[in-house]
Write a protein that binds this ligand. Structure first.
Ligand SMILES: [Zn+2]
Length: 254
C-alpha cells in the first residue's frame, strides 16, 4: 500500500497516483502555470483582492498607451512589480523542474512574469506574458538585463534618454510572437497538459486546455479551487507546492 503524501488529503494523494500513471504512459507532457503557482512564494495574484491591479488602475498603468503618455507615472507601478524578482521558487516550482530533469516534462507555458520556474531550474519555459528579466528602450531598441537596471535610479533611463520598459506584456499588447510560436509547438505535441495555479480565465492562454483536449490530449488540473470542470481528466484540488510535490513523489515510486 502506498504511503500518503504529507500535507495533502487522501483524495489528492490517490489522484496524484493516477496522474503519475497518466504521465508515465504519455509521450509528451507539458504544463501551463499561472498566478496560483507564485502565491506560495509570497507574490499575491495581481488580479486578486490585494493584488497590483487593486491599487493601480489597469487603464492608467497597464497599457502601452499609458506608458507612452507618462512613463514616469507607470514606473510607480513597475517599481512595486520589481519586488517579485526578489521572490524565491516554492516546492511546486522545484517539483516541475525535477520532472523536467527526470524526462517527465517537456516544457512549461507560464503566464507569470516572475522568472520563478527558471530560478527553480526549469529550462524549457515559455513566458506567455513576457518577463522582468529584460528591459527595452522603445526609442532606440537597446536591451538591458534586470541586474543592470537595478543599479540605476528609478525610473531607469536608456543612454538615449528615453525611459526603459520591462519586457512584460501590457493589457493592450499582443503576446510576443516567439512565445506564441513556442506555445503552438508545445500544444501540437502535448499528450498530457498539467494546468497548475491558473483558473484559465484570461485569453488567449485560457484556450490552451481546450485546444490540447480537442487534439486528444488529457488534462491534469492542480488548483486550490478547480476551474476546468469536466475538461480535466484528473482534478487535484490542492495547493501548488504540496500537490506538485506529491505528484513528483508518485512519479518517483516504482
Ligand atoms: Zn534608447
Amino acid at each position: 500500500m502506498k504511503v500518503s503524501c504529507p500535507g495533502v488529503s487522501p483524495e489528492i494523494s490517490d489522484g496524484a497516483a493516477r496522474a503519475a500513471e497518466l504521465i508515465r504512459s504519455a509521450g509528451t507532457v507539458i504544463a501551463l502555470t499561472g498566478a496560483g503557482a507564485s502565491t506560495e512564494s509570497g507574490i499575491p495574484d495581481f488580479r486578486g483582492r490585494n493584488g497590483l491591479w487593486s491599487r493601480f488602475d489597469p487603464l492608467e498603468y497597464g497599457t502601452i498607451g499609458a506608458f507612452r503618455r507618462d512613463p514616469v507615472k507607470v514606473w510607480k507601478m513597475f517599481a512595486e512589480l520589481l519586488a517579485v524578482t526578489d521572490a524565491e521558487p516554492n516546492a511546486g516550482h522545484h517539483a516541475l523542474a525535477a520532472m523536467e530533469a527526470m524526462g517527465c516534462l517537456y516544457g512549461i507555458i507560464t503566464q507569470n512574469i516572475d522568472g520563478l520556474h527558471q530560478k527553480a531550474g526549469s529550462r524549457s519555459v515559455v513566458e506567455f506574458h513576457g518577463s522582468l528579466a529584460t528591459f527595452s528602450c522603445g526609442r532606440c531598441r537597446t536591451a538591458l538585463l534586470l541586474a543592470e537596471v537595478r543599479t540605476r535610479p528609478l525610473p531607469p533611463l536608456c543612454s538615449c534618454g528615453a525611459v526603459l520598459k520591462p519586457d512584460v506584456v501590457f493589457f493592450d499588447e499582443a503576446i510576443p510572437t516567439d512565445a506564441l510560436h513556442q506555445t503552438e509547438k508545445l500544444i501540437a505535441t502535448a499528450d498530457v497538459l498539467i494546468v497548475a495555479g491558473t483558473s484559465c480565465q484570461v485569453a488567449p492562454a485560457s484556450t490552451i486546455p481546450l485546444r490540447v483536449r480537442r487534439r486528444g490530449g488529457r488534462i491534469i488540473e492542480v488548483n486550490l479551487a478547480p476551474a476546468l470542470g469536466p475538461l480535466a481528466d484528473i482534478t487535484l484540488a490542492g495547493g501548488f507546492g504540496a500537490t506538485m510535490s506529491c505528484l513528483l513523489a508518485r512519479l518517483r515510486e516504482k
